[in-house]
Design a protein around this ligand. Structure first.
Ligand code: ADP
Length: 686
């Protein structure tokens, strides 16, 4: 600049339009220029740095006009190393100082300015150093602009790091608070606190400070304090939901109730400014995030407030997600406890129907492990006849999102049997109505199913019996009617006695058949109601069999089934003769009915103190699957179109035999004949 100035002034001289350059240097122009210059300028003279000249800009910066005084008079000049600096310059060095911070006194208090200084020696006309020239250029606005850009960048960086830390903090609330507090205290000498609202009280969850000692002291004193809503800055923020920034907070401003504790703390760690912002989850204040700044740092500002609110919002999102997750975990735990307590099998599945949980009861019942149950593996214990229907119902539910109900048989590990289960499942939906899970239960309804089946069977047996009984009773009645009508006609015509007698015998036969049917029915009611009383007396079974065979003579003749009796000697027992007669009658009657046309053998033997009665025919036989059933009431193994009967004879026979302490069994092959074997004890028990 100094090289260019003469040239420019020379240019003006050439134009001849005003004072020349010598006028400028010799007259007052240069002094005026220095006085009005926008820079602070001071000229010092001699080794004592006496202020020869100080322009108004410099005086403003100093807050006084130092003209005529030696810098050595100002004690602060020595203390701040300023004198040493001037001495160096006076020795010939040029020194610049960039962005020196000055507090300029103003009527409204000291104002912070930043000045670039240049200290330069000046020489007298003899060329020797005569003093020091000081030039100060105010760069406050540059510094401020740069600082605010730096501050914005710092805030952005904090926000970015808070976001990253929160996304990595997963669902653990503790790690969320820790991440936020640590990041905020990383760069400044600040103290960060997070209070959470619980039962109308604010509890300190986290207190961070980068100095471990300060942190420990603050935690120790603040943790036991539960602030009331409205008490102190933190309580106020929680109550109103508005951020608060206070400078030099008093103990009462921190808490009226716990002012003493805060007073002691403030003495040790004076707080220059305190900023508290609400943490809101879905519009509701759940806590307060606070930043208190110690004396050494720049004051907290509105920008810090914006930053902290932003951090609080980000933390709130993470807190909300973590709380949501915690609720889920808790409800999952409650569900499992419940699921393990109930007697049903409980399961859950993913929305696509793949099972992801069975309660313990399932594993105990099926004997399967998780690998053999989860997904669709459980199908292996469903009865193969039920799989297709079950899958169809289940698929429809998964497709439509509707509840489903089904019945299926599931194999029990203990005995390999399949038991009937009633399955029900319902969808669990999220807020948007999407199915997030299926929950299902399987209830054992086997006993219920069985009793339903037994009831249906009993009803069918009863109906069958009624139709057979009707038919059976009608047959002899119809025959009787015919015989009676024929007798009437014979009587009208007064025909011979022999033919009347013959008809009367037939009438008697049909009456006897009716009587037998009716007495069978009566027997049933009596036996079923437990009224089978035995009139025991010594009975010879051989003689009894002979008399029954004799009684059957007409049928034997009619059916062309010769009956032979094999009895090595008399077999006597203490029995109810009438009832045992009924046994022999029933067995022989059946042999004649179902073995018509073929010989019948009856045997009576005494074996080991027991009487054995054997009745063998060579008739139609009984298929193996019916052999046990025919001893039950009303059970028959033949069609009633081919063979009459009520299905009661064998049942009555078994009741009588068992009432005597005996047994009855059979051997039979379809088409080859049947052998019934009855054994009765001959003597009374021991
Ligand atoms: P009912 O003969 O009146 O039908 P029972 O109780 O005497 O009733 O017999 C039950 C069933 O047992 C008969 O319906 C028949 O199917 C079968 N049954 C009984 N005895 C014989 C036999 N000797 N041969 C073949 N089947 C028989």
């Amino acid at each position: 600049m100094t090289t260019e100035e003469p040239r420019r002034d020379g240019g003006e001289e050439e134009a001849g339009t005003g004072p020349n350059v010598d006028d400028f240097f010799e007259g007052r122009s240069i002094r005026n220029l220095l006085v009005e210059a926008p820079a602070a300028i001071a000229i010092l003279r001699g080794p004592d740095h006496v202020v020869m000249f100080s322009n108004p800009a410099n005086n403003r910066g100093l807050g006084r006009d130092p003209t005529g005084r030696s810098v050595r008079e100002f004690p602060e000049a020595e203390e701040q190393g300023y004198l040493a600096l001037l001495d160096r310059v006076y020795r010939g060095e040029t020194i610049s100082a960039r962005e020196s911070r000055l507090l300029i006194p103003t009527p409204v208090g000291p104002q912070e300015r930043f000045i670039d200084f240049v200290y330069q020696p000046w020489r007298g006309s003899d060329g020797a150093i005569a003093g020091v020239a000081i030039f100060g250029f105010d760069v406050t606005s540059n510094v401020r602009a740069r600082r605010s850009a730096e501050e914005a960048a710092r805030r952005l960086s904090i926000l970015a790091r808070v976001s990253r830390a929160l996304s990595e903090a997963t669902v653990d609330l503790g790690s969320i608070y820790h991440a936020v507090a640590c990041l905020l205290t990383e760069q400044a000498d600040d103290h960060v606190m997070i209070h959470l609202l619980e039962d109308d009280c604010l509890r300190l969850i986290t207190a961070e400070h980068r100095d471990p000692e300060v942190r420990a002291t603050l935690r120790q004193h603040l943790s036991p304090i539960a602030l009331r809503l409205g008490d102190g800055v933190v309580g106020r923020v929680a109550a109103t939901g508005d951020s608060v920034l206070v400078e030099r907070p008093t103990p009462e401003e921190l808490s009226v109730q716990h002012a003493a504790t805060y007073s002691a703390l403030l003495e040790r760690f004076p707080v220059q400014s305190l900023l508290s912002v609400p943490i809101r989850v879905r519009g509701r204040v759940v806590g307060v995030l606070s930043l208190s700044r110690h004396q050494s740092e720049p004051k907290l500002t509105h920008d810090d407030c914006v930053l902290l609110e932003d951090v609080a919002d980000r933390a709130a999102l993470a807190i909300s997600a973590a709380q949501h997750h915690q609720k889920l975990v808790e409800s999952e735990r409650r569900f499992r406890t419940l699921a393990e307590a109930v007697p049903e099998f409980i399961w859950t599945s993913s929305p696509d129907g793949s099972v992801d949980y069975f309660n313990q009861r399932w594993y105990e019942y099926t004997g399967l492990g998780p690998d053999e149950s989860l997904g669709t593996a459980w199908l292996r214990v469903v009865h193969e006849e039920d799989v297709a229907a079950l899958l169809e119902v289940w698929k429809q539910s998964v497709d439509t999102g509707c509840d489903c109900e089904f019945q299926c048989r599931i194999r029990r590990a203990a005995d390999g049997s399949y038991r009937w289960m009633l399955g029900r499942c319902v969808p669990v939906r999220d807020g948007a109505g999407h199915v997030t899970k299926w929950v299902g239960a399987l209830t054992d309804i086997h006993a219920q199913k069985e009793s339903e089946r037994a009831k249906a069977e009993a009803i069918k047996v009863r109906d069958d019996f009624l139709s057979i009984a009707g038919h059976e009773l009608r047959t002899p009645l119809a025959a009787l009617q015919l015989q009676v009508q024929s007798l009437e006609r014979l009587a009208e015509r007064n025909v011979e006695r022999e033919r009347v007698l013959e008809r009367l015998r037939k009438v008697e036969h049909h009456v006897a058949r009716l009587d037998r049917l009716v007495s069978e029915l009566l027997n049933v009611t009596r036996i079923a109601s437990g009224r089978l009383e035995l009139q025991k007396e010594p009975v010879d079974l051989v003689a009894l069999v002979a008399s029954v065979v004799e009684r059957f003579a007409p049928q034997i003749a009619a059916t062309h089934s010769p009956v032979t009796i094999q009895a090595p000697g008399s077999v006597v027992g203490n029995w109810d003769g009438m009832r045992v007669d009924q046994v022999v009658t029933n067995l022989l009657g059946n042999a004649l009915k179902y073995g018509a046309g073929k010989p019948i053998e009856v045997g009576v033997f005494a074996i080991d103190g027991r009487a054995r009665l054997v009745v063998r025919d060579h008739g139609i036989g009984i298929p193996p699957e019916h052999q046990a059933r025919i001893f039950e009431r009303f059970q028959r193994a033949v069609s009633d179109r081919h063979y009459g009967g009520l299905g009661l004879g064998l049942w009555i026979t078994r009741q009588v035999v068992e009432a005597h302490g005996g047994t009855i069994g059979l051997e039979s092959k379809p088409g080859e004949g049947t052998t019934f074997v009855v054994e009765l004890p001959c003597r009374e028990g021991p």
